[in-house]
Design a binder for this molecule. Sequence first.
Ligand code: NAD
Ligand code: TYD
Length: 351
Amino acid sequence: MKKILITGGAGFIGSHVVRRFVNLYPDYSIHNLDKLTYAGNLENLKDIESCPNYRFIKGDITDATFINTLFKTENYYGVIHLAAESHVDRSILNPLEFVYTNVIGTVNLLEAAKVQFLNNPGSFFRFYHVSTDEVYGALGDTGMFTENTAYDPHSPYSASKASSDHFVRAYQDTFKLPTVISNCSNNYGPNHFPEKLIPLCIHNISHLKPLPIYGKGENVRDWLYVEDHARAIDLIFHKAQNASTYNIGGHNEWKNIDVIRMLCRIMDVKLQRAEGTSAQLITFVKDRAGHDQRYAIDATKLQNDLGWLPSVTFEEGLHKTVDWYLENQKWLQAVTSGAYQNYYSEQYTKR
Ligand code: NAD
Ligand code: TYD
């Protein structure tokens, strides 16, 4: 069986990618390597954990010795690398953690992949780095990020992802390691850790807690349902040319305040609350430092080359997402106990 290493498979996007590959490709053996940080949760993969083509490996990508031994032992057919520290606000509080995992962890994987690739001339190999549109910086009122937009990251998170993208390209150019990169817009959907805007607000609406909107809520994000992202990753992993880059986006730009107003309307109905109840929770708070104004992705290349388009409308996706959280209160309770409480009380004390 062809062994595929998926890193960060216990996280939000990674769990959807792992599930898709395990279910669709019985001839692959899917190895999910994850450190299980606060964002990694094996509950996300309960439904596939006993599939014969799935294996979980607990490990840290910053541990070079462990990574080198793993590649030597397993001889991977391909790597889909998603493991990362992924939250901008945490990167402002603790940038070094982002350098360790996102930069050094990625270089550790590239180095082990390079050794395996050079030792097996003629064998297929592909290293796929799953990255973010945030590497391109911020847009004003008009324009979109294309694959040719110059990198201009502003947050420690986006700077670390930009750096890891550069290392991936450096390994392609210097060692001919076969690589692909995709840069995707903001995802939402089931299993999203409730620190990011949409799941945080779903959680807070459920508990009638304030909905913290940074600044005036006028920043714009381009939202994509997570399963559409997983489908794009599948296509790119299988069909893209080596050394190529693809932007992935939802054609779905929204101001934050409008996203939250829509979410409030949806949840008032689902929770059988009087119209307007949830919107009263909206609270404008101090803006995020260095807050990028607008992201918008031009995904024409992915559409033209590989025929990908998003399949889930924002309204459908939000309904599915809210339903998932309402049906999975236990999951939400489990991930919002302990360290989560400390993180949020620290955040709010600082505001
Ligand atoms: P996430 O925070 O939900 O999950 C990250 C996973 O990586 C977790 O399971 C965590 O345990 C694991 N991990 C963290 N550090 C690790 C380490 N040192 N060793 C091994 N595993 C480690 O993140 P996500 O939102 O699912 O994002 C996945 C990837 O997609 C990231 O690379 C992110 O930059 C990228 N991305 C995310 C979005 C988005 O909207 N969430 C958009 C575009 C790109
Ligand atoms: P987030 O979900 O953290 O994703 P990213 O920063 O990677 O885009 O934030 C999405 C948008 O929502 C961003 O403009 C910041 C804003 N935001 C809030 O207004 N309040 C919040 O509590 C959070 C977490 C984000």
